[in-house]
Each structure stands twice: as structure tokens, then as C-alpha cells.
Ligand binder design. Structure first.
Ligand code: ADP
Length: 235
């Protein structure tokens, strides 16, 4: 509908503004850092007396750069130009697990792996891992008292095209229809003060950029299933 279109345009605009702000911050920060280095070399031996002060400024400058980079990465996922290589989806899924193991250990979650894909994907490994980790972390958040987490990968054709389907399914809180309808909107979060609401919108953008599909099913009180489909490498 027109209203939905307006809302999504508005959200896209928010992302654009955030990216714009990040660029605006980058420029003066570069000047600050450059002049800091200049002052340090100009004052020569005296710089030693101000060692602590210089270190503090350096650290803070560095942390502003980190924040800006994060913001840019989050708001511009369609422009990421990482290396695209041939990867086996089962392996990428398996290698994602150690990265979230500490979260799985905290609550009583049983992990089930059904990894049966044989086809390869032409993707950037880090990006697919980012998508998987977003989904797994969300699933863990939805199961504060524990539960089952299922990760599946299967060869699957879609509209006559060969590909791989990846499913991340939890037995957690689930979502009401009004929440489910908005999960892929940028900045939509129900985790007040703790969520950015960017994880799923970025994940979906990444999957779409590879010509894939991503959607969610959920039943309140029963759990949620996220399904990703990605085309086979070279198709
Ligand atoms: P964030 O996790 O920072 O809130 P996301 O974009 O990853 O941002 O998720 C948006 C919202 O979607 C979450 O705040 C939550 O309400 C809902 N959500 C995502 N995954 C699940 C899940 N597995 N179970 C229940 N709700 C979920």
C-alpha cells in the first residue's frame, strides 16, 4: 500500500541521514588526528611530559573512528565490496557456532544441526556469517529460559533455479503478527535500550544483494523460523 511505501521510504531516509552524519564526523576527526600528530612532533621532547594526555586523546579519537565505521557499515550494506568466493554453506554455518558458543552456554539451549547441502554458494564468507550470527543471537534472545535451536541447510530449487535453503528455527517467545510484519524494518526493535533494530534489515539486504530471499514465520509462545534461500554459485 501507499502508506507502507511511505514508511519504508522514510526508514531508508533515516539510514541515509545516519550515513551522511558518519561522513560529516569523519572529516573533522581526520583533521583533529592529523594536527594532534603534528603538535606531538613539533613540541619534541616535551611530548614526553604530556604522554598520558596524548594517549587519552589518541584513544578517544580512535574510538570515535570505530563508532563512525560501525555506523557506516550498518547503514550502507548494499555497498559492501568484500571478496566473493566459493563457500560450502554447511561449513560457514558450522564455523559460526564457536562465535556464539558463550551465549549458548549461558542458557540451557540444545543445538540441532541438520546440514545436508551439497551445493556451493558464491558469497562473501564474513557477510554470510554476519547474517547467521544475527539470526542465532536473536533466537537465543527469544529463549531466555532455554529451548531448542535448529540450524538446517538443504539443496533447494526456487522458481526453477538451483540454490540452498538455510533455516534458523527457535522454540522461543515467538512474535505477534504486528511485530512479525516489521522485523525487517531498519531501526525496528522491541529490545528497548539494548537493540539497534538493524540486524535483520541488514541481513535481508545482504541476502537480496546475492539474488536470494529471506522471510520469517512465527507463532507467539511457540517459536520463530527464519528462512534464507541463496542461489547456487554461478547461477
Ligand atoms: P534487534 O535484535 O537489535 O532488536 P533485529 O533487526 O535483529 O534488531 O530484530 C528486530 C526485532 O525482531 C527484535 O527486536 C525482535 O522483536 C524481533 N525478533 C527477531 N528475531 C526474533 C526471534 N527469533 N524471536 C522473536 N523475535 C525476534
Amino acid at each position: 500500500t501507499t502508506k507502507q511505501l511511505l514508511v519504508s521510504e522514510k526508514l531508508a531516509a533515516v539510514g541515509e541521514i545516519a550515513a551522511g552524519i558518519a561522513h560529516e564526523i569523519n572529516n573533522p576527526m581526520t583533521v583533529i588526528q592529523g594536527n594532534l600528530d603534528l603538535i606531538r612532533s613539533e613540541i619534541g621532547p616535551q611530548a614526553e611530559d604530556l604522554k598520558t594526555e596524548f594517549r587519552l586523546i589518541d584513544e578517544q579519537v580512535h574510538s570515535v573512528f570505530l563508532i563512525v565505521n560501525k555506523l557506516l557499515q550498518f547503514t550502507r550494506p548494499d555497498e559492501y565490496a568484500g571478496e566473493v568466493e566459493s563457500h560450502h554453506p554447511d561449513e560457514v554455518i558450522e564455523d559460526s557456532i564457536p562465535l556464539v558458543q558463550h551465549l549458548l552456554n549461558k542458557v540451557d539451549i540444545d543445538l540441532y544441526l541438520r546440514l545436508n547441502a551439497t551445493r556451493y554458494l558464491g558469497i562473501n564468507r564474513t557477510e554470510l556469517q554476519q547474517v547467521l550470527i544475527n539470526l542465532i543471537v536473536n533466537a537465543i534472545h527469544a529463549m531466555p529460559d532455554g529451548g531448542d535451536l535448529l540450524l538446517r541447510a538443504d539443496d533447494m530449487d526456487r522458481e526453477g533455479k538451483p540454490g540452498v535453503q538455510i533455516v534458523v528455527q527457535d522454540s522461543g517467545d515467538g512474535m505477534e503478527a504486528d511485530v512479525l510484519a516489521r522485523v525487517f524494518d531498519p531501526f525496528f526493535t522491541t529490545k528497548q535500550g539494548e537493540g539497534t533494530g538493524l540486524g535483520l534489515s541488514i541481513s535481508r539486504k545482504i541476502v537480496l544483494r546475492y539474488g536470494g530471499h529471506m522471510y520469517a514465520d512465527s507463532t507467539p509462545g511457540t517459536g520463530t523460523r527464519f528462512t534464507i534461500w541463496l542461489p547456487q554459485e554461478g547461477t
